[in-house]
Design a protein around this ligand. Structure first.
Ligand SMILES: *Cc1c(COP(=O)(O)O)cnc(C)c1O
Length: 346
């Protein structure tokens, strides 16, 4: 079975061995205040920061999901208002959650076929500005300078759920980065990741919010000691550590992913009768690719894929019947893309 679903997505094949190792090593039955756990958490964060080239002074926290990170931001990091800039369903969902949470919100929607321009988009009153760097629903990405035209009292929060681990990110462009592990990181679902700049931590301290089980200050204070304030996903942390030890550094991965994206985009337009959902080449995502066709063609392809034990990602929302999505995540190997091409060529 091959899967190109953009989340949950293919897990790295080695996960099968790591699962067995986790049992053998007994880490799953260790108390999360034990030295063995604290060591593991420390090594995991170190390896994660090293492989992804995360600045020394940025903090890494593990949560339950990307969705939880959205809530943590509203609860613990927004003073008065968050401003949300988006062109698709995940960015909008984040905005909707934030709006339910007792803080003022505002938004700028932009057309998904157009290149995002920072100019004029920022609300002057917001103290946190939220972007979805890779919009999984419509297969677009923002490559803009996120810090443009903002003052230093504004925090930039960036959802990179479907790009973290696949492409190189310019960490200094953001204060809060969030993701979950079941997409580009090639792991089983059940864990989120949040990466915070010193400014973000200072903001959390300034606000001093401690009302929630997942208040960022609780998370931060515990992670400083390589502990967690509730029993965490120990298996998830273990698997992430093992994967981080296994993968090449992010520059290497990013180069491979970008060239495979170019290659596959080119293949679709030149070797098939299909089209790309995203016409503007500047905004096409490098990690999630959306392919368009007429209803019959898409239906036929999906059936054919099924017969060949290949799972394509369904189109999102209104595009369900006329598109499908392909994850270009690093856990998927080149030979799998070759099989996919054979299927799509027919
Ligand atoms: C999948 C996804 C989410 C939600 O992730 P969960 O782990 O289910 O919370 C959020 N944002 C983007 C861009 C996503 O692709």
């Amino acid at each position: 079975m091959l899967t190109f679903y953009p989340g949950p997505s293919k897990v790295y094949p080695k996960v099968a061995n790591y699962l067995q190792d986790a049992i053998k090593e007994g880490i799953l039955s260790q108390n999360h205040r034990s030295l063995a756990f604290m060591d593991m958490l420390k090594n995991c964060i170190l390896a994660f920061k090293q492989k992804l080239n995360i600045p020394e002074d940025y903090q890494v926290y593990f949560t339950s999901s990307a969705t939880e990170c959205w809530e943590i931001i509203s609860q613990s990091l927004v003073k008065h208002q968050s401003h949300h800039i988006f062109n698709g369903a995940f960015g909008e969902k984040w905005f909707d959650y934030a709006t339910q949470l007792d803080k003022t919100t505002s938004c700028t929607k932009f057309d998904f076929q157009t290149t995002f321009e920072a100019k004029n988009s920022y609300s002057t009153h917001a103290d946190v500005i939220c972007f979805t760097q890779n919009e999984t629903s419509n297969a677009t990405q923002i490559s803009a300078n996120f810090r443009q035209e903002t003052n230093s009292n504004v925090l930039i929060a960036i959802d990179v759920t479907s790009s973290l681990g696949g492409i190189e990110l310019d960490w200094k462009m953001g204060d809060i980065w969030l993701a979950s592990v079941q997409k580009c990181l090639g792991l089983p679902a059940g864990m989120g990741v949040m990466i915070c700049s010193p400014n973000a931590i200072n903001r959390a301290k300034e606000i001093g919010e401690r009302k929630h089980y997942n208040s960022l200050l609780f998370i931060h204070e515990n992670f400083q000691k390589y502990q967690t304030h509730y029993t965490p996903n120990i298996l998830g942390i273990y698997l992430l550590l093992r994967i981080m030890e296994q993968i090449p550094d992010i520059q290497t991965i990013s180069t491979q992913i970008k060239s495979r994206a170019i290659n596959f985009y080119d293949f679709i337009t030149s070797k098939t009768s299909l089209e790309l959902l995203i016409e503007n080449t500047q905004v096409r995502s490098e990690t999630v690719i959306a392919i368009k066709g007429n209803i019959d063609e898409i239906l036929r392809l999906k059936q054919k894929a099924k017969e060949n034990n290949i799972i394509l990602g369904n189109g999102y929302g209104a595009w369900k019947d006329t598109t499908f999505r392909i994850a270009n995540f690093p856990a998927i190997e080149d030979w799998e893309f070759d099989k996919l091409k054979t299927l799509l060529r027919q």
